[in-house]
Design a protein around this ligand. Structure first.
Ligand SMILES: [Fe+2]
Ligand SMILES: [Fe+2]
Length: 389
């Protein structure tokens, strides 16, 4: 329970024996109040509030002063539910007449929370990079036409879906009560990351004599109008975007060394993978928290994962390796080493799909929903077919 700044704390009143008008001033603080009020100043806010923390020392050698280091100095509890519609960040003292500024949809902790949002946010801030200066663009050299065209096809696909990966979580940021500011700030960092991914793949498409190619036929109809962007629940969006969509892209980025033809491309995939791992971790940790704190929603979550698996397989969840997506052929040309080696490349693309499924199963298991793979709930046959053809 917090105390407002305008009210003296019970212990202060007892100790001072004074009212707020200063008529019975007995100590220096009350004398100051009387002095100020006589001259038209309002200094009530100087009264020490009970919510003041301990100012605990932080270990600055572990990456500086981190948000999570201050948890002990911030005794404001994270509420299980919030009726705060005024934009008041958690821990600040309420002002009864503050206007409502947001009719936030996400006002229940379990709907948005994860145990390490502050850590993921701090990592995001510390690992920002620049597509202008951190990519060794000078290592781009002229490539055979089929390889360059495949690079451009994949880069076109990626620059489009990176827009989705920023746009969709972006819609939710202003829907979250600021009581839960840590996941909110993480999502803001994700939008910045995705803007950088959008720009780095655009730059790759344009920087080496190629150019942007025809857009992915599925991106417009299925991704935007389909399940990810029309999710009505934050966890539904997160499961489909963070775990399924971005998870499938993360696997591809992690295999980027296999399809890169120079150090610039290797660095693009390496840095983008580092960001995507963070986005996927957010989704896994949030799903884990929700599953543990709201077991009554587990069946609902399984239904989201049913859809997420179908998206992985059919490519509607932004998966460039799905057979139905033209980018799959571009991947095979890059992996094989040319259009005349596309058959060989398809074998490597198959290995990529197998790894996608394996990593997806691992993530869902870590999130606490692994029973779907044991109980036949998962689209197991479809996943097996996807990973074998
Ligand atoms: Fe991304
Ligand atoms: Fe991402």
């Amino acid at each position: 329970m917090t105390t407002t700044a305008s009210e003296p704390t019970a212990s202060e009143s007892a100790a001072n024996g004074a009212g707020s008008n200063g008529a019975q001033a007995t100590g220096p603080f009350d004398e100051l109040m009387s002095f100020a009020q006589e001259r038209g100043y309002k200094l009530d806010w100087l009264r020490k509030a009970e919510i003041w923390g301990s100012g605990e020392e932080s270990d600055l050698s572990r990456g500086g002063l981190l948000l999570q280091d201050l948890a002990g100095s911030d005794p404001a509890e994270v509420p299980a539910e919030s009726d705060n519609l005024t934009g008041r960040p958690r821990g600040t003292q309420p002002r009864p007449v503050a206007p409502r500024v947001g009719n936030y949809r996400v006002r229940t902790k379990a709907d948005i929370w994860l145990r390490n949002a502050a850590e993921l946010y701090e990592e995001a801030v510390q690992r920002q990079w620049s597509s202008a200066t951190d990519i060794p663009w000078h290592t781009l050299t002229e490539l055979p036409d089929d390889i360059e065209a495949a690079e451009c096809k994949l880069a076109t696909f990626l620059t489009e879906i990176e827009f989705v990966a920023g746009d969709v979580p972006g819609r939710w940021i202003s829907e979250i009560t600021p009581e839960y500011f840590e996941p909110r700030m993480f999502l803001i960092s994700q939008v910045v990351d995705e803007a950088r991914h959008l720009d780095v793949f655009r730059k790759r498409a344009l920087a080496n004599g190629g150019g942007l190619m025809e857009r992915n036929p599925r991106a417009g109809s299925d991704v935007f109008a389909g399940t990810i962007d029309s999710a009505r629940d934050f966890t539904e969006m997160s499961a489909k975007l963070h775990i399924s969509g971005e998870g499938s892209v993360l696997t591809i980025f992690r295999m980027g060394e296999r399809m890169a033809y120079n150090d610039a491309e290797k660095m693009i995939y390496r840095l983008a993978a580092s960001d995507e791992a963070r986005h996927v971790a957010f989704g896994v940790m949030h799903l884990q928290y929700l599953g543990q704190t709201m077991p009554e929603r587990r069946e609902e979550i399984h239904s989201y994962l049913d859809e997420a698996e179908r998206g992985l397989i059919t490519g509607t969840n932004q998966n460039p390796a799905a057979n139905a997506n033209p980018s799959n052929a571009a991947l095979a040309i890059l992996l094989g080493g040319g259009k005349d080696k596309i058959e060989e490349g398809q074998k490597l693309a198959l290995a990529m799909r197998q790894r996608q499924v394996k990593e997806y199963v691992q993530r869902v298991t870590v999130a606490g929903f692994g029973e779907r793979f044991e109980e036949g709930r998962s689209a197991g046959e479809m996943l097996r077919a996807y990973a074998s053809a």
